[in-house]
Design a protein around this ligand. Structure first.
Ligand code: SAM
Length: 253
């Protein structure tokens, strides 16, 4: 479930305004009745329902507070190019245990698997079921959302336009910037982080070029070439260690 941060304190009824309202209405195409996780400035987190939409703001109501003992202080999005076989189930399970909030399955140039719309929905349901089971097993307060299968190039452009989302592309050919360096370069206020991971065949040169054009940093996960599923798990672990709650420390200390 998408999470946004609002200034001030959560109320029974409140408004979402500015870039978040625009993103929810026009990019995420949210509608009345859709749920969202809201984190306020006092550290409260709640599941809320969007009730009414107008041109520049969204009316919402508080449904239930989330004790967020098991929710990381950062919102993590894993944008994963479709790997072969049932590897995305493994990724969904491990990513959930590590605290991911959203899993975006992507079709990219070097993806071997191609799903037609019907199969893609069945696969999405399966991945969501795996994430839900993993979420219950590890006592997540909020179950991750598995989004519909999307095209990598479209997703990169939309992510780059999301002003409060820090995006990095885990790129096997990156030799300059490590993921740790990228994360440490982010402002403390960066609380939404996305990592893009390629399929077994890696990213094509045009995909890497597009990411660069969009201002998305490519980052290295080290000198070894990791399997796609290993890279996905490692990327989330590094983000959670550096910015979240992995290792039990308090983030940002
Ligand atoms: N076909 C590529 C090659 O042989 O160089 C390998 C792709 S790798 C199996 C799958 C994905 O994992 C990559 O696209 C990248 O997203 C990620 N990955 C693997 N090793 C990485 C590394 N050392 N640094 C950053 N990303 C890595």
């Amino acid at each position: 479930m998408r999470r946004i941060f609002i200034p001030g304190r959560l109320q029974e009824k409140f408004y979402i305004e500015g870039p978040d309202a625009h993103h929810l209405s026009h990019v995420m195409r949210s509608k009345p009745g859709d749920r969202i996780v809201i984190a306020d400035n006092d550290g409260h987190v709640a599941e809320c329902e969007m009730t009414a939409f107008s041109a520049d703001r969204i009316e919402a109501k508080l449904v239930r507070y989330i004790n967020q003992v098991t929710e990381s202080p950062v919102e993590i999005i894993l944008a994963q190019c479709l790997p072969k076989g049932d590897k995305l189930e493994l990724i969904a399970q491990k990513a959930t245990e590590l605290g991911v909030n959203t899993l975006v399955p992507l079709v990219s140039d070097n993806c071997v698997v191609k799903y037609d719309a019907k199969k893609a929905q069945a696969k999405r349901d399966k991945w969501q079921k795996v994430a839900n089971e993993a979420g219950k097993q590890c006592s997540r307060d909020v179950l991750p959302e598995v989004q519909p299968v999307q095209a990598l190039k479209e997703w990169l452009k939309a992510a780059a336009a999301d002003d409060d989302l820090a995006v990095c592309m885990c790129y096997e050919n990156e030799e300059q910037t490590g993921m740790t360096e990228f994360l440490r370069s982010l402002p403390v206020s960066a609380r939404r982080i996305a990592a893009v991971v390629g399929p077994e065949g890696g990213f094509s040169l045009s995909e890497a070029a597009l990411a660069k054009e969009c201002g998305i940093s490519s980052v290295s996960l080290g000198p070894r070439i990791l399997r796609a599923e290993t890279a996905a798990i490692a990327a989330i672990a590094v983000i959670q260690y550096e910015k979240g709650d992995l290792g039990g420390g308090c983030a940002g200390e």
